[in-house]
Design a protein around this ligand. Structure first.
Ligand code: AMP
Ligand code: MG
Length: 530
């Protein structure tokens, strides 16, 4: 990574794009005189804002609130290129002004989106973007429509008592975890940039403020549908559904019952998503219906965390006293959230309500088998078995039970099982409080593995391709955030991002990033920290 600003002003992680052709020279970030800030045409995002063309009831129009001194902390150059955005322009003063909320570029139509949400089971009819502004949408070179949203961009009509701002720590947390999820191949919103505001935000203490630029397939949540259903605003509800179908389930438009077909699409995506989370030991922590995206992307990284030692009842979030969003509860909660989506969509499923309820129930019933199939197939791959045979499920359940009983590290157990496939079981077995418990299981696993005739090397390679060596370990995330917040030191954040960009590769010299926490490093609770 190279500091392209040339002045070491904290612009980290920005790599130079190939030099522009002669005659196509652009204004460089650190040399642009103040009067020449406007970039050449074509370098700014080409916005096409389909959500802002929907009925006005769906949002409020307002610009972000400018900040004192926007400073680019990190630009996701690779993502910028994927989006068809010009990283040089984004890192320029005009680009940073946009990312900090101080400049609304031509073509952007800033809005705060309305939504409701069941939070910990209780319905809040009016949530909405209280500290986020959707600048607009772009269509990527690959033809994908993507939202560009600023999070922490100032108060909106939905702010209630909040200040509309975000603290640096949570912004960097969302950056790290979202990018790690993307590197795992798990659907997620992503971080395009983190910008320091130069202003404090006041939580329990005064903290440095920041703005995250978030990219999403859309920011439509289960709670977005609930907002209009709760108000019996069927016209807006229908407009929202048509829009969501066009973006996420185009085939549903031609179905006999588009609302039902859309529900089915969301059910399938959520089932697959939650299985993917659990296969890497991820706990979302606040699976409220406002944090459940109909696109099937992971959204709103708050008090989320990754399992170290495996236990299905693990909870990290300090506000989740009942364990509602515990690791193993996640499929049940996703299903509960989807039932709320089904309720919201009922008015659009036909005049015969009883029939609509019955059809919606049938679609919801598809969640458990879809989740179960994805979870089982994923675990089977994690233990290096290609095709399910009778007894495999028991073998997997037995492993998980032994891991829980012996506080085995979730990530390392599966990673080191690949070594066991090649004859070296020591690393695996020593993860168990009682290594004998691992030996007994290994015996059955070896006997089963022989049956499919796969050679040790390809089996181990296949296992390493699905079992990450590196996850955003909670203690490493906390360490990176503390360095940034307390010492303005982004080096640990950068180093962590670099490791996590290639989670399935063994990275010599990076053992520290793979290791579970020492007892004194263990993070036991995470905080929303909004
Ligand atoms: P979250 O916990 O980030 O999912 O947010 C839940 C709701 O609270 C959303 O409507 C947010 O917009 C709102 N919210 C969270 N933090 C703030 C804040 N600092 N200022 C205004 N609204 C906020
Ligand atoms: Mg949220």
């Amino acid at each position: 990574m190279q500091d392209a600003s040339g002045e070491g002003d904290g612009l980290r992680g920005f790599t130079l794009v190939p030099a522009p052709a002669a005659g196509d020279l652009r204004i460089m970030p650190d040399t642009a005189p103040a009067t020449a800030l406007l970039p050449e045409a074509g370098t700014r995002p080409a916005f096409d804002n389909s959500y802002a063309r929907l009925p006005e009831a769906l949002f409020k129009r307002l610009p972000p609130t400018p900040v004192a001194a926007p400073r680019l902390l990190r630009l996701n150059t690779a993502l910028a290129v994927e989006l068809g955005l010009d990283p040089e322009w984004l890192a320029s003063p005009a680009g940073v002004a946009m990312l900090g909320g101080n400049h609304v570029p031509p073509g952007a139509e800033p809005i705060a989106q309305a939504y409701s949400g069941h939070q910990f089971g209780h319905f809040s009819p009016s949530l909405g973007d209280g500290r986020a502004i959707l600048l607009g949408e772009v269509v990527t070179p690959a033809g994908l429509r993507r939202d560009i949203q600023l999070k922490g961009s100032g108060p909106t009509p939905f702010s209630r008592r909040g200040d509309g701002r975000a603290a640096l720590g949570p912004v960097l947390r969302e950056y790290i975890i979202g990018e790690a999820m993307a590197a795992f191949g798990i659907p997620t919103t992503r971080a395009l940039a983190a910008v320091a505001t130069g202003e404090p935000v006041f939580r329990e203490d005064a903290l440095p403020g920041a703005v995250l630029t978030r990219i999403a397939a859309s920011h439509i949540r289960v709670g977005t549908f609930q907002y209009f259903a709760a108000r019996r605003d069927e016209a807006s509800l229908r407009a929202l559904l048509d829009h969501a179908i066009a973006r996420h389930d185009p085939a549903a438009a031609d179905a006999a019952n588009p609302a039902l077909a859309f529900l089915d699409g969301v059910v399938k995506r959520q089932a697959a998503l939650v299985a993917r989370w659990m296969l890497v030991g991820f706990i979302h922590g606040v699976m409220n219906t406002d944090n459940c995206a109909v696109s099937g992307e992971t959204i709103d990284y708050g008090p989320c965390a990754f399992l170290d030692a495996y236990h299905p009842e693990t909870v990290f979030s300090s506000i989740d006293q009942q364990g509602r969003y515990a690791f193993a509860n996640q499929p049940a909660i996703a299903h509960w959230n989807l039932a709320r989506l089904a309720e919201a969509l009922l008015p659009l499923m036909g005049a015969d309500e009883a029939a609509a309820v019955e059809q919606a129930m049938a679609v919801l019933a598809g969640f458990a088998p879809a989740f179960g199939a994805a979870w089982r197939a994923g675990l089977l791959a994690k233990i290096g078995l290609a095709e399910e045979q009778p007894g495999d499920e028991a073998l997997i359940q037995d492993l998980l039970a032994r891991m829980a009983e012996n506080q085995a590290d979730f990530t390392l157990a599966f990673r080191r099982l690949a070594d066991a496939a090649q004859g070296d079981a020591d690393g695996f077995r020593t993860l168990f409080a009682d290594p004998g418990a691992a030996d007994a299981w290994l015996e059955g696993w070896r006997a089963r593995a022989v049956a499919d005739g796969i050679a040790p090397a390809p089996r181990a390679a296949a296992m390493r391709a699905v079992n990450p060596a590196f996850i955003p370990r909670n203690h490493l995330v906390e360490e990176a955030l503390a360095a940034a917040v307390e010492r303005d030191d982004l080096a640990p954040f950068e180093a962590l991002l670099e490791v996590l960009a290639r989670p399935f590769e063994d990275q010599p010299g990076r053992a520290r990033y793979a290791a579970p926490p020492l007892p004194e490093q263990r993070v036991r609770a995470t905080f929303c920290g909004t």
